[in-house]
Write a protein that binds this ligand. Structure first.
Ligand code: ANZ
Ligand code: ZN
Length: 800
């Protein structure tokens, strides 16, 4: 066989690597393109076909950009800290370093066999000292700037992984790592004050090119809400019970209050509460439920009235009961609400069950049946009566509250501060020292990296304490400030730390003076196009935007947003249409496909299988179809002749250049490949092609199937690499057909077709249409009422 992919593919891969044609050049005169894909976690399972699809998009764009004359940075690295490796280390009693190195070597080998055009000189590994030194450095900068704090809090805790999880990592009440139910646990936790950046994270979205659904997910995750804080007096105690509400306009309809079961008032004023036993029982019940269960899964409202506790509506002066109920969360607002059962369904359900008054303050709906949440005229509301604009009522009420000194306007976010620690070994040590005199003290910058100590046993403690806590030589140290005996923090950073800034390290991966040289940052940033998974939209994307905005505020980077453009791939499902999973046995190993059909086929197939953003099942026969396509491409050299191609094929070639060029930019890879498949059929139908036209064809296909295209290029006697040859231009004039076929209708029904000159004048077309044999006989003797012409498409003759 002349074109044995088993020989061709390794040959070109070796040549590319040797000649370093994919190396990015710092500060080149050429326009720059920074294309980024989410670097893999080097798991023991090796690469997944999902990785191939995720990387192939920016791979194609990067290859096209190089051919268009850009200086391209398309890097790859490894996000290598994390629990799966650590768990495997515990199981096999092997050091996670050894496991990680082995997995990275395997991943690199696999990526190279697919022929990705990464710059292999810039590979990073988040677990290397040269990398995590800077992760710790940025953390300390945050510490220095008041963005790091420690707090005892109710946290999401995974009893199986024995770690505290951030909100982002326990979405839906399940541990993101092992999918166990997450429980609430009281623990001292490190936090990053991401909420301080909530507004910047929202505003920054105006500046970037992300798809609407991605922006919307981030907006919802940040969850900005505007409203008011209102102080309610409680009989017999001095302290005010503060609530957060988005609807201060409904204050006249407040008939009770609800506080979260964990609200500090309960313990603080337990002597006032006459039914403390019931209250504590209820609180214990709630502790067993996750936030998700409490807020999303409830069918029936539950709660306990605080006996001996009465609050006063600050606007009416009326006494109202106070309850505890699990539908109010301690972690949002103030953990206490004013309940307006007439206009809030949760409060309504609760009032019905507990027999509390329901006072409507907005006209509309039927409050015998449900809360009315629409707009309407205000009633039972004193100075607001008769008004019907919600906005106006809200600001009038806030004015009133401020005048009375019992409330003020306020903003709340759904997003919480980022729980930033793990009680595990395989992570970046948090570079903080606890001193009995000085408190929490930063490890001095010149002592970074604070290295992970060697341990014998990676197992976390039963109470969820870090394995580092067992190493006295690590724990015991001197305070960097006062020199007295102190103890090191033993928690490590969560897995999302390294990926929060990794794209900056690619710019200058070997720098030992700073995380990246400023000149180089100025040259390369922002990332021009970042592709990744939808699962990262509310985690990695938010976290890394936060870190980057922080570095921007310190003046250390040139752009406030790290990613100018973001896109997302859809999943590859198993052949059965289910999510690929080991347990279902429907996993496709990309290396099996490379071995059987070649990398060019795999690359083409993952982009041809469906719309890039859609979840698409794997389909073997379509893989074979792609393989046949590559084989037909390989055989094109047999058709080369000096004879020019007919005008129609020439026009098709120009149309295809135009289409493939545009489709790649819009991530319509499947239609770009389909256009090349159509073109190859035309070429075979004509039976010959010039060398120049064939070169155009392989240039267009090169980003998708570079090995066979390079092979043909060299077979045609060309020097150099096709991968960096010039991207073809099209001639607009040649993309339009000389003639077009139009339909002729009579009374809206197609009766005939007609070939006309492209852009022919209306009168001429109508004249030709009526002369058409079939049409002429059909309209003979009838009265023409109307003649309609849709240029280049349809003539419709209406007759009576
Ligand atoms: C009175 C009211 C009347 C409310 C009404 C809503 C409608 P967003 O928009 O999500 O910010 N709330 C406040 N803190 C809460 C907590 N910790 N747990 C559960 N619910 C809480 O929602 C704010 C609204 O959710 C607040 O406005 C409060 O109920 C409730 F017709 O106050 B509202
Ligand atoms: Zn000290």
């Amino acid at each position: 066989m002349r074109h044995d992919f088993k020989k061709i593919e390794p040959k070109w891969q070796a040549k590319w690597e040797e000649s370093k044609i994919f190396r990015a050049v710092d500060g080149s005169e050429k326009p720059k393109f920074y294309g980024l894909v989410e670097f893999p976690y080097p798991s023991g399972a090796g690469m997944h076909v999902g990785h191939i699809k995720a990387y192939s998009s920016i791979e194609v764009v990067s290859r096209k950009r190089r051919m268009q004359g850009y200086n391209v940075l398309f890097p790859i690295g490894f996000d290598a800290y994390g629990l799966p490796t650590e768990n495997y280390a515990i199981k096999t009693k092997t050091h996670p370093r050894i496991i990680t190195d082995k997995n990275i070597a395997r991943f690199s080998e696999q990526l190279k066999r697919v022929g990705f055009s990464f710059d292999w000189d810039r590979v990073i590994d988040t677990t290397e000292e040269g990398f995590y030194k800077w992760t710790q450095w940025i953390f300390l900068k945050m510490f220095e700037n008041g963005l790091v704090y420690r707090d005892k809090a109710l946290v999401n805790y995974c009893p199986s992984c024995k770690v505290v999880l951030s909100n982002e990592d326990s979405q839906g009440g399940k541990c993101d790592i092992c999918h166990s139910e997450v429980v609430q646990k009281s623990k001292v936790v490190w936090y990053l004050r991401i909420t301080k950046y909530a507004d910047k994270l929202l505003k920054g979205l105006d500046k970037v090119d992300y798809p609407d659904n991605i922006k919307q997910q981030q907006i919802n995750w940040i969850g900005k809400s505007t409203g008011a804080f209102v102080d309610f007096a409680v009989d017999g105690i001095d302290e005010k019970l503060k609530i957060y509400t988005t609807r201060p306009d409904t204050l006249f309809g407040v008939t009770f209050m609800v506080i979260a079961p964990e609200h500090p008032f309960i313990d603080k004023y337990s002597d006032k509460i006459k039914n403390m036993d019931d209250v504590l029982n209820y609180r214990n019940e709630c502790a067993k439920k996750s936030e998700f269960e409490r807020t999303q899964l409830v069918k029936d409202k539950t709660g306990v009235k605080l006996e001996g506790f009465e609050a006063v509506n600050p606007i009416t002066g009326k006494k109202i009961p106070v309850f505890i109920a699990d539908y109010v969360m301690m972690g949002y607002g103030t953990g206490a609400i004013m309940a307006v059962p007439a206009h809030d369904q949760r409060d309504y359900d609760f009032a019905k069950k507990f027999g509390v008054d329901i006072i409507p303050v907005i006209e509309g709906g039927n409050i015998e049946e449900a809360a009315y949440t629409g707009e309407g005229r205000m009633i039972n509301s004193d100075f607001l009566n008769g008004l019907s604009k919600k906005k106006e009522c809200i600001s009038k009420m806030i004015e009133k509250l401020e005048a009375l000194g019992v409330g003020k306007a306020g903003v709340q976010y759904k997003m919480k501060d980022w729980a930033f620690n793990r009680q595990r070994y395989w992570g970046e040590p948090i570079p903080i020292v606890h001193c009995p005199c000085c408190g929490d003290v930063a490890v001095p910058y010149d002592e970074l990296p604070l290295k992970l100590p060697e341990v014998e046993n990676f197992e976390p403690g039963t109470e969820g304490e870090s394995p580092l806590a067992k190493i006295d030589s690590f724990v015991n140290c001197k305070c960097p400030k006062c020199g007295k005996d102190a103890k090191r923090e033993t928690d490590t950073m969560p897995q999302w730390a390294g990926s929060s800034w990794y794209f900056l390290r690619y710019i200058d991966p070997h720098n030992s003076e700073c995380f990246a040289d400023r000149e180089k940052i100025n040259y390369w940033m922002p990332v021009d196009w970042y592709n990744g998974g939808m699962e990262h939209v509310t985690r990695h994307m938010i976290y890394s935007r936060f870190w980057h905005q922080f570095l921007y505020d310190l003046g250390l980077v040139n752009t406030s947003e790290p990613y100018a453009k973001r896109s997302a791939q859809g999943l590859i499902l198993g052949p059965d249409g289910d999510k690929m999973s080991k347990s279902k046995g429907n996993v496709i190993d990309p290396l099996d496909i490379v071995n059987e059909y070649g990398a060019d086929t795999l690359r083409t197939y993952v982009l041809f299988m469906g719309d890039y953003g859609d979840a698409t099942p794997w389909n073997d026969s379509s893989v074979k179809g792609c393989k046949r396509f590559i084989e037909r491409v390989a055989a094109l050299t047999d058709l080369v002749s000096d004879e020019p191609v007919p005008a129609k094929l020439e026009s098709s070639i120009h149309k295809t250049i135009k289409k493939v060029s545009a489709d790649i930019e819009e991530m319509k890879f499947n239609t770009a490949i389909a256009a090349l498949m159509t073109l190859i059929n035309e070429i075979y139908a004509v039976g010959h092609i010039t060398k120049d036209d064939l070169i155009i064809f392989i240039k267009l296909l090169c980003p998708f199937a570079p090995h066979i295209c390079e092979e043909i290029y060299s077979e045609l006697g060309e020097d150099g690499f096709l991968s960096v040859a010039e991207w073809p231009e099209y001639d607009e004039a040649k993309t339009v057909d000389a003639s077009v076929e139009i339909a002729i209708q009579i009374n809206g029904k197609v009766k005939s077709t007609l070939e006309i000159a492209n852009g022919e004048a209306k009168d001429k077309v109508l004249e030709l249409a009526k002369k058409d044999e079939k049409i002429a006989s059909l309209i003979d003797g009838k009265t023409i009422v109307k003649e309609i012409y849709v240029p280049n498409k349809i003539v419709n003759i209406v007759v009576k």
